[in-house]
Structures are given as C-alpha cells and as structure tokens.
Design a protein around this ligand. Structure first.
Ligand SMILES: [Zn+2]
Length: 316
C-alpha cells in the first residue's frame, strides 16, 4: 500500500503528507466518512509512512515498510470492534493504554488505529479520553469511524478531523471498468448499489450480488437469501420502478441493464403500490437490524411481493 495507489481522496492525502513533511503530526486524528470508501487503507498508509525508516513517504524497501505489508509491525496496532457485540470495549482501550506507555520498538512513531471508533462504549470512550489528555510522545492515535454521533464531543475536539467522502457513482463506475475489467452493465449496477463508495463496490464485484439480483427479478424465491443484502437489492428494483413512473432517464436507474423487467414492474403496479412496497422493505430492514428473526421478516414480505403479481411472474 502507498499513497500513490489510493484512488481519490486527494486533499485528505495532501493534508496528511504535509503534516508529516512539516513535522507537525498531531497526536490524534479522526477519519470520518461512509463505510467502504478507504478510510482504513488511508490510516494504514499514513501509519506506514510515519514508521518508515527513511524520510518522506513509505520507501517500500526498509524493514518497517516490509513489516507493515505483512501485517506484523509491532508499532502499528489495529483495534477492531468486537465481532459479536459490534462494540469497541474498555478492555480493548486498556490494551491501547498499556501499549502506548511503552517506547516504540523501532524508534519511530507508534500508531494505534481504532476501527469502528463510533462504536466505543461509554466506558471505552472515557478510557480513551485519558490517553488523549496525556498523549504519550511519538504516539499517533487514529480513530476511524463511519459515524461519530455517539462519540463524546470531548474526544472529537481533541482530534484532527479528516473527512472522507464517497467518490460518486459515475467515478466508481469508470474505475470498475478501467481497473477491474467490469462489464458496462455490471459496473453501473455495482457502482450504484455501492452508493459511490469504491471499497464497497470492489467487494460487491467479487460477491454474488448480480446473480442474486437476477434470481429476485425472476421470482426464484427458493434461492433468495433472507438477509439485508436481499432487501437492498429489492429496494433498488422498486426504486427503479418508482423512478420509471416519473419517466426518469435510464442512466438514473440502478438496474439500467434490465430495462424490460423494470418496465414490466412499472406497468403492472400503481404508484401507490410501489410506494407501499418500498415502505415495507424499509420496515423489514429495520426489523432485521433489531435482530427480528429473518423468517418472520421475510415471510410477509414475500407474500406481499407475490400478491403484487410482479416479480413472481417476471421470469415466466
Ligand atoms: Zn520504508
């Protein structure tokens, strides 16, 4: 990884490079922006540059750079939210407190990266505040968060906030075609589904989302998985139908590569019915997030979709 290989985020990268070259690296940064746009990669790249044994950006040749690439650098630690609870817990922050009290093993910076920092529990945030209040020498703390509403203002105000933004759908579409050899139709669908977030689009590219979308469009319910991704796909499909009702340009549709199917859905359903189903998809998504059993969420939704004689009859 290097600054040169990160696509987009030019001004953010310039800012971080300048901080390093002018020797004004702050003790704490807060990288904020939507999920899947490269904040984590930017944090690691910054850490790599800071720890490089040579001046300037990461040299890629020294021992430190090589350790970063193999993910074993002793002075660069990444803390992630707990898989089960989704929270960043106080024990994890205590680990950071212990580590930053020790000297760096390579004589350069020590970098602690906290992913999903917005999910720190209140106790974890209080512990983190202590680290921020008495920053150990040559330690750089990087909080990475999709949303910072739950973060104490006392934490936010002690960090340099670096805002990252999604690139936009058309830019991501171009990158998918140019650098990832995605076909035109796939690139448009994936870029739109990702909401213009490159990292998300790349992970969708290697997923089965297109096949899943096609199964849904053909009404093959037995193959449809009962999860959040299915709801997102359904939402894209019905949103397209809604857009088509008002004669939106094809380029604005998520499923622009499936004009016949979208057209059929649009014709066979009233505006009111489409809005109702979109509301139901929205509600279902909320229930899933609240851990309601997928079976209970999907059964009524599928019944309703079948009753609309739309998706279920499309493939026939
Ligand atoms: Zn190096």
């Amino acid at each position: 990884m290097s600054w040169d290989t990160i696509i987009g985020h030019k001004s953010q990268i310039e800012f971080l490079k300048n901080a390093q070259s002018s020797k004004r690296v702050a003790h704490a940064y807060l990288f904020v922006g939507p999920r899947g746009i490269g904040k984590h990669l930017a944090a690691l790249t910054f850490a790599k540059a800071l720890c490089c044994e040579n001046e300037g950006a990461a040299c890629e040749r020294c021992e430190s750079c090589k350790m970063v690439e193999s993910g074993v650098h002793p002075d660069i630690r990444v803390t992630q939210s707990d898989e089960r609870s989704g929270a960043v817990k106080i024990e994890q922050i205590r680990g950071i407190q212990d580590r930053v009290s020790l000297a760096s093993s390579q004589g350069k910076f020590k970098v602690e990266i906290v992913l999903g920092a917005g999910a720190m529990t209140a106790e974890a945030q209080n512990a983190f505040l202590k680290v921020l209040e008495e920053p150990p020498k040559d330690t750089v703390l990087i909080l990475v968060a999709d949303n910072i509403e739950a973060l104490f203002s006392t934490i936010r105000s002690r960090c340099w906030v670096v805002k990252f933004a999604a690139m936009g759908i058309s830019v991501v579409e171009e990158i998918l075609k140019r650098d990832y050899a995605a076909a035109d139709e796939a690139a448009h669908f994936l870029a739109t589904m990702s909401g213009g977030r490159l990292g998300e689009a790349i992970s969708l590219l290697s997923s089965d989302i297109i096949e899943r979308r096609d199964d849904i469009l053909s009404g093959r319910w037995d193959l449809v998985e009962e999860d959040q991704k299915t709801l997102e796909i359904l939402c894209g499909i019905y949103r397209d139908a809604l857009m088509s009702k008002v004669n939106a340009h094809r380029a604005l549709l998520v499923n622009a590569d499936k004009p016949a199917e979208i057209e059929k859905l649009t014709r066979s359903n009233s505006l009111d019915a489409i809005i109702k189903i979109l509301e139901e998809i929205e509600r279902s998504s909320l229930y899933l997030k609240q851990n309601v059993s997928p079976k209970l969420v999907f059964m009524p939704l599928q019944e309703r979709l079948k009753r609309m004689k739309s998706l279920a009859t499309l493939g026939k």
